[in-house]
Design a protein. Structure first.
Length: 457
């Protein structure tokens, strides 16, 4: 199984308005099959006032820019006919401040007032997020509410059983519509404020219990259809915390994998890779999901600037255990630098053509990093025999021929400064992987490696 994250607005446009849409994704199945993708993760497709869609107005409707609910269903049908599963990004922690629930709550209407968290006299209303110093309490019209992701995204109160039930109804609606599962956004933030102590604090026990409930509900719905549910969680934390959530949800993005390889390539030593593989890719009860990057990170090609080094990254990705994910365009070498106040630079339109002009080309915004005729387009990459895209296709073909890797683990890791060797096995199948991340020849365990070579034995 190979996953692929798509920012819908930027991917493929079917009606010539410059905005990517559901029909455009359905029209792209041949490309997905070419690169070996059989699992697509869509960033939020719900009715929302923002370009990114993570602040939702209506969980049961689509963003009209992308198409109708029927268009969405038609897209699912087309993907399924071509052997491709679909998971949707589901931010359940918060809603838009334009959501009917929050509007009613601001008017003091029951039961909606109890759907949100309101300031108490003993709370520190100047408390800030620990990762970027943004305020977590927001005042409006004489009321102060909790919103860890900003004033436009008020947090829901999951200590209220009605809110929990509403979230399960959302799960049921989309599974019945045909989606195969979910990417659960901000999974550790469902319960992240301690009411008794009046301060921000992750409650991992309550969070994990909630996700167990969600997965039980999702599993029942899919089991009734004779199907399985796939879910992956976003928990950006140390590996031991990630394990707790992943055991409940079944799969978790391995942020350390992405960070470790990027850092190792930048600094020229494999020590981070070795530590990551030892801590995150050993035998586990869940599937890790290693990935090239996502919409909240610098683009891979902006960190690892040499194409030969990116080829090594993809080799490591496609030979590692679990479910690999590609962020749309990373297979082409798309660039972009993340800025929390201007995230558009890492979600630029997917370049189908060298000129950025042609049938299906989305162009909802001006591009800063991925301009015309810079080499990072499907057209240009397919024209080169030694391109990154063709290397990705080769590795995805390998991955398809070795599906056992999904349930495998890593063991017997050795290394020197620039190389590492390790065994990947599922107990029945196995291979020894030899990796040289440097631009010069190296030897490990008696195996000679060329610059930037990954060898399998």
């Amino acid at each position: 199984m190979i996953g692929y994250e798509i920012f819908i607005r930027s991917f493929a446009d079917s009606n010539e308005d410059g905005i990517g849409d559901f029909k455009g994704i359905a029209n792209s199945v041949e490309y997905f099959k070419r690169i070996g993708v059989d699992l697509i993760w869509l960033t939020p497709h719900f009715k929302s006032p923002s370009y990114h869609g993570y602040d939702i107005i209506d969980y049961f409707d689509t963003n009209s820019s992308f198409g109708t609910v029927q268009d969405f269903k038609n897209m699912i049908d087309t993907l399924h006919e071509n052997g491709i599963k679909l998971v949707i990004d589901l931010p359940l922690n918060h809603v838009s401040d334009r959501h009917p629930w929050f509007k009613a709550a601001m008017r003091g209407e029951k039961p909606y007032e109890d759907y949100f968290l309101w300031a108490q006299p003993y709370f520190n209303l100047k408390e800030k997020r620990h990762w970027d110093e943004e305020l977590i309490w927001h005042e409006r019209n004489g009321k102060t509410y909790y919103g860890v992701f900003g004033g436009s995204s008020p947090d829901l109160n999951y200590d209220n059983p009605e809110v929990v039930q509403k979230s399960l109804e959302i799960i049921e609606f989309w599974l019945n519509l045909g989606v195969d599962g979910f990417r659960f956004d901000a999974a550790k933030h469902v319960y992240d404020y301690d009411i008794k102590e009046g301060r921000f604090r992750y409650d991992h026990d309550k969070n994990v219990n909630y996700w167990n409930l969600v997965m039980e509900k999702a599993g029942e719905i899919k089991k009734a259809k004779g199907e399985d549910v796939f879910a992956v969680t976003e928990v950006w934390d140390n590996p031991e915390v990630v394990d707790r959530y992943a055991n409940a949800i079944g799969c978790s993005f391995n942020f350390y994998f992405t960070e470790a390889i990027r850092e190792s390539m930048q600094h020229g030593g494999v020590y981070k890779i070795v530590d990551c593989f030892q801590r995150t890719l050993g035998r586990k009860s869940y599937k890790p999901s290693n990935f090239t990057g996502n919409h909240d990170m610098n683009r891979l090609a902006s960190i690892i600037t040499k194409e030969d080094e990116r080829k090594v990254f993809f080799a490591l990705l496609m030979t590692s255990p679990g479910v690999p994910f590609i962020y749309y365009g990373d297979e082409l070498g798309m660039r972009g630098v993340y800025d929390s106040t201007f995230t558009e630079d890492v979600i630029e339109p997917f370049p189908w053509y060298a000129s950025l002009s042609g049938e299906g080309q989305a162009f909802w915004k001006a591009v800063r990093f991925n301009r015309a005729f810079t080499g990072a387009s499907v057209e240009e990459q397919l024209s080169r025999d030694d391109s990154l895209l063709k290397e990705v296709v080769n590795w995805s073909t390998f991955r398809k021929a070795n599906e056992w890797l999904t349930d495998a683990w890593v063991e017997n890791i050795t290394h020197n400064t620039f190389t590492t060797a390790y065994t990947v096995t599922d107990g029945s199948n196995g291979m020894r992987v030899y990796v040289n991340i440097s631009g010069h020849g190296e030897m490990i365990e008696g195996i000679n490696l060329k610059p930037y070579e990954v060898k399998l034995l």
